[in-house]
Design a protein around this ligand. Structure first.
Ligand code: KG4
Ligand code: ZN
Length: 376
């Protein structure tokens, strides 16, 4: 059975072909990331225009690489939310038109659920697990049991990836901030700066805006020059070649940035891992499944591996190529849902606020993270 996956929830336009839910025949992604860099965050209008321009080329490329002909497609799976409405519309409209013209069934999927499902390609899905979703728009802990998700906690302000992006902006390190901070943190001492752990009402809720403000205050107090870098240098840093540009900075500026990145990363990843373990202990669940762009983070992966090893937990981390937004995960989730009998029709709506699970109070996700306007 051939499933075509279509994913356009944010700045990526992706199509993938999956054979029988486990065999990846094509995984094509066209990103508009470079177009957003000068703005320090994703600009929704630029993202959706890119999706519109790229979708048919990406679709044709996926078919070419998979050697699957349009009339061989058995199922179309498409992201219907959450994300940027303009971008999602492009994918959903394309998928509906294709489903109608090829007379092939259609299944709309939740992007966040798809991030978690990516872990089960070629691996058996556990009957219950704690899911950790860490991306530019979401930070949530969910429980999967008896075939359904329940929200345990989520961020009360910024998403974790958004916090990385904002700290990188404070340090003039460019966008996206996660990969650069992760790289620079490896050269620093995580014990140089300490940050107060935020307290939330919900045991499994997160907060990252306090640490972002603490970083901002620290930089303004100790290294204001890093914020006021001359225009030429700032644009260099802003185009994602931060480490190269830092080489020409004074040595104490460099070590300040390295130590700050290391201390920031150690603090936020420590909090995230601690809550994930606590959720496993409270729910008596021994499997952890991680998804979202921030799951590429080296320290997060290391800490989760260490803790899972000590406690005998089973850990599911996505392969690096599946940490970022892709349509393989969409195709996989669509395939699984289709086999359970799920079908969507041409009335299916794009839903930018689609939730993975309802919480104790049926909460909706907060804010738009770095999917929306970039505030600091
Ligand atoms: O899931 P994703 O590709 O897009 C959505 O937000 O849906 O996640 C993008 C986020 C960005 O905020 C980026 O800075 C962050 O993932 N990110 C990382 C790393 N790689 C990407 N954050 C920390 N460490 C990384 N290695
Ligand atoms: Zn995502």
């Amino acid at each position: 059975m051939y499933t075509l996956g279509i994913e356009t929830s944010c700045d990526e336009t992706a199509c993938a072909v999956l054979k029988n839910g486990d065999d990846i025949l094509a995984n094509v992604i066209s990103s508009s990331l470079a177009k957003h860099k000068p703005f320090g965050g994703v600009v929704p209008e630029i993202a959706s225009r890119h999706c519109l321009e790229a979708i048919d080329l990406v679709y044709e490329e996926a078919l070419k690489r998979s050697k699957v002909k349009p009339n061989q497609i058995d199922l179309i799976a498409v992201t219907r939310g959450p994300g940027l409405i303009g971008s999602i519309f492009v994918g959903v409209s394309f998928a509906k038109a294709l489903s109608f013209s090829l007379d092939v069934p259609l299944v709309g999927v939740n992007h966040i659920e798809a991030h978690l499902e990516a872990n089960f390609i070629g691996r058996k899905k556990p009957s219950k697990f704690i899911g950790l979703i860490v991306s530019g728009g979401h930070t949530s802990l969910v429980k999967w049991r008896n075939g359904r998700y329940q929200l345990l906690g989520e961020t009360v302000d910024d998403a974790i990836g958004e916090a990385y992006d904002k700290v990188a902006k404070i340090l003039s390190l460019g966008y996206p901030g996660g990969p650069v901070i992760d790289q620079l943190a490896r050269q620093g001492n995580p014990k140089v700066f300490s940050f107060t752990k935020p307290k939330q009402e919900g045991k499994f809720d997160f907060s990252f805006s306090g640490i972002k403000t603490a970083v901002l205050n620290l930089v303004e107090r100790e290294k204001p020059s890093l914020r006021g870098v001359p225009k030429g240098r700032r644009s260099n840093l802003g185009l994602g070649i931060a480490s190269a540009s830092l080489e020409s900075s004074p040595r104490n500026d460099r070590s300040f940035v390295h130590n700050l990145c290391a201390s920031f990363q150690e603090a936020v990843m420590g909090w995230v891992v601690q809550k994930t373990i606590l959720a496993c202990e409270q729910e008596k669940i021994k499997s952890i499944v991680v998804g979202g762009g921030v799951s590429a983070n080296s320290r997060l992966r290391e800490l989760l591996q260490e803790q899972s090893h000590i406690r005998g937990f089973q850990l599911f981390l996505p392969s690096f190529e599946l940490t970022t937004d892709n349509a393989v995960m969409t195709a996989r989730l669509g395939y699984v849902l289709y086999r359970k009998g799920e079908r969507s029709d041409l009335q299916m709506a794009a839903d930018p606020s689609l939730t993975i699970a309802s919480g104790p109070m049926g909460r909706r996700p907060r804010g738009e993270g770095s999917h929306g306007t970039f505030k600091q």
